[in-house]
Design a protein around this ligand. Structure first.
Ligand SMILES: C[S@@+](CC[C@H](N)C(=O)[O-])C[C@H]1O[C@@H](n2cnc3c(N)ncnc32)[C@H](O)[C@@H]1O
Length: 242
């Protein structure tokens, strides 16, 4: 090695690493854990709200109960979304596919529905029901608690019926869902009304409109409307900012 090069190398190696004078930013504590919490929740809080336990596949029959249409007026929800033939839609937390099947009909054979679940058992039930009803425009997807595993900028509308309040990582899920929306695509929350004491659902399984809007303010979304036609749930619609 040339003498000058050797000297320069020795100089570089002998210079101590001086700690930056810049203060390092503390990592943002997005979630909080509390020992004192609602037994129906998991003790993990996001923006002041406790996250609910996930509904297990053992209760799948409840999603398909015969009285559901009358109690929840499920017949009013899909028309309120004003879907077009050929739309690509994602049903996140699809469960047994109660809404997946109705969405598949609304978008027609040119359209596509991604049915996303974290429980394989739910996807198995959903797939069997689709086969029995000869529905072919649905793609079942096994997601994770942080990622719905959807293609980027691929969907016109994301629907979550009675699901968002169960997300273990709501911030990360919302971020990933925004990535999956096409520009101008819509994200729709259907949640039992937290501000209405007459809605007889456990507290952590309900959400107020204000809370949903507060949580979505951190995402590249703008609120469009809140539809109040259902007896117990609100339909809260956001659009992805261009
Ligand atoms: C109360 S069920 C509602 C099912 C369906 N949307 C309906 O209304 O018939 C909630 C479902 O969300 C699913 N879920 C919870 N967290 C999820 C996540 N991060 N990604 C996808 N699915 C999730 C659960 O496994 C459960 O099947």
């Amino acid at each position: 090695m040339h003498r000058t090069t050797r000297w320069l190398l020795a100089l570089v190696l002998s210079v101590p690493v001086v700690a930056s004078a810049q203060p390092t930013a503390a990592p943002v504590a997005r979630y909080e854990t509390r020992a004192d919490h609602d037994p129906n929740g998991i003790g993990k809080f996001f923006m002041g709200r406790e996250i609910a336990h996930v509904m297990g596949h053992q209760a799948a029959d409840w999603l398909e109960r015969p009285g559901r249409e009358k109690e929840e007026r499920t017949d009013l929800l899909v028309p309120a979304l004003k879907l077009k033939s050929g739309d690509a839609v994602a049903d996140i937390g699809a469960g047994t596919g109660y809404y997946t099947r109705r969405l598949a009909k609304a978008v027609g054979t040119n359209g596509l529905v991604f049915a996303v679940e974290i429980q394989q058992e739910m996807l198995d039930i959903l797939t069997n029901k689709l086969a029995a009803e000869k529905v072919f425009n649905v793609r079942p997807v096994l997601g994770t608690i942080t990622d719905p595993k959807l293609p980027r900028a691929a969907v016109d509308l994301i629907l979550m019926v009675d699901v968002y309040h169960e997300f273990d990582h709501p911030f990360e899920m919302a971020q990933a869902m925004c990535r999956a929306l096409k520009p101008g695509g819509r994200m729709v929350f259907v949640e039992f009304r937290g501000e209405d004491p007459d809605v007889a659902i456990k507290l952590v399984h309900k959400m107020t409109e204000a809370q949903v809007r507060k949580e979505m303010a951190a995402q590249p979304l703008e609120w469009v409307e809140t539809i109040a036609t259902l007896p117990q749930q609100h339909i809260i619609v956001f659009r992805k900012k261009p």
